[in-house]
Ligand binder design. Structure first.
Ligand SMILES: Nc1ncnc2c1ncn2[C@@H]1O[C@H](COP(=O)(O)OP(=O)(O)OP(=O)(O)O)[C@@H](O)[C@H]1O
Length: 322
């Protein structure tokens, strides 16, 4: 996590209004101060995708206790088709545990997670995938002996019963395999990875490997994409490219939930922000609302909500002193 100094100051004002799930988001400013290139339009839109604003992921009372530690305490959240939601909070706030419960990797102590009407908490990854959702991991989990293409083709099997590991062992029929390869190559071309298709994924620079992981997740053709710290380890230019990609996916109707330590980046990207502290959801709103929320300022700056100095610091916005 970035230091508390100015953690809520960097992002510029967001599009206001909290009366619905879908709000605009802003361009990430370029690190070199230049104006970012305009987005190139929706990506991976497809027929049959839930209409924007349709409730997709429903999290109710989600709770996890590890011995005496309550990592997540009664989390409620609904994610709607076509929005980007960011999950932020100080170290140890419960973000990863919440994320892992939502994707089935950690079984909740209490509560439930429903994806497009299917109960997914505590279920295997293919259940999550077949309900229309997929995730990436904080630490890259690419198959080291597979090419970029191979890694992405594996993603296309995730809706099957075999799951990710089993998918690597599946031998589809020739026609099916050709179709899967064609679709995977098309996806790689869309993401600008076409020229790397036949290289070993692990031989690529880190930022490209991250993109391969996103490509593998997209190969599932999800309606909901969960990203665990997607910006970590990326350069400024790579972060801008990834933000642009996520905006284009959102424009195509996909919902995206991301856990991210780069608070400035997510405040600029997300339509809504969930803030956890000590496992409890202390705020949910637009970036603008969250940035000015006294409880959030207190959580990040380590002061009491009534400390007007801290609030003023947060409200100072870009260029405000810390
Ligand atoms: N497997 C586990 N066993 C015991 N305690 C755990 C386990 N996983 C997480 N915790 C505890 O649960 C709390 C929340 O941890 P979690 O990793 O979900 O927070 P986080 O917000 O993702 O933190 P960070 O930003 O540092 O990654 C912490 O107190 C952590 O020590």
């Amino acid at each position: 996590m970035r230091g508390p100094e100015g953690v809520l100051q960097g992002a510029t004002g967001a599009v206001g209004g909290a009366d619905g799930p879908l709000h605009g988001e802003e361009e990430l400013p370029a690190a070199d101060g230049s104006t970012p290139a305009p987005d190139e339009g929706p990506l991976l839109a497809r027929e049959g995708r839930p209409a924007p604003g349709t409730p997709l992921l429903e999290v109710e009372g989600l709770t996890k206790r590890f011995g005496g530690v309550t990592a997540v305490d009664g989390l409620d959240l609904t994610v709607y088709a076509g929005e980007i939601v960011a999950l932020i909070g100080p170290n140890g706030a419960g973000k990863t545990t919440a994320f892992n419960m939502i994707s089935g990797a950690v079984v909740p102590t209490a509560g439930r997670v429903t994806m497009a009407g299917t109960r997914v908490d505590g279920r295997k990854p293919h259940v999550f995938a077949r309900a229309g959702a997929t995730r990436t991991f904080q630490n890259l989990q690419l198959f080291s002996s597979a090419t970029v293409l191979g890694n992405v083709m594996v993603g296309r099997h995730l809706r099957s019963r075999t799951g990710l590991v089993g998918a690597a062992l599946v031998v589809p029929g020739r026609r099916e395999e050709r179709a899967i390869e064609a679709a995977a190559r098309e996806l790689l071309d869309l993401l600008g990875l076409g020229q790397d298709a036949d290289r070993l994924a692990v031989d690529l620079p880190f930022g490209r490997q991250r993109l391969v992981e996103v490509a593998r997740a997209l190969a599932v053709e999800p309606d909901l994409l969960l990203l665990d710290e997607p910006m970590a380890g990326l350069s400024g230019a790579e972060r801008r490219d990834l933000a642009r990609l996520l905006r284009r996916l959102r424009a195509g109707g996909m919902a995206i939930v991301l856990v991210e330590h780069d608070v400035e980046a997510v405040l600029a990207l997300a339509g809504r922000v969930v803030v956890l502290e000590g496992g409890v959801r202390i705020a949910l709103g637009t970036p603008e609302e969250v940035r000015h929320d006294p409880a959030v300022v207190a959580a990040y700056l380590g002061v009491e909500p009534e400390d007007s100095t801290a609030v003023a610091v947060a409200e100072a916005g870009p260029g405000g002193s810390s």
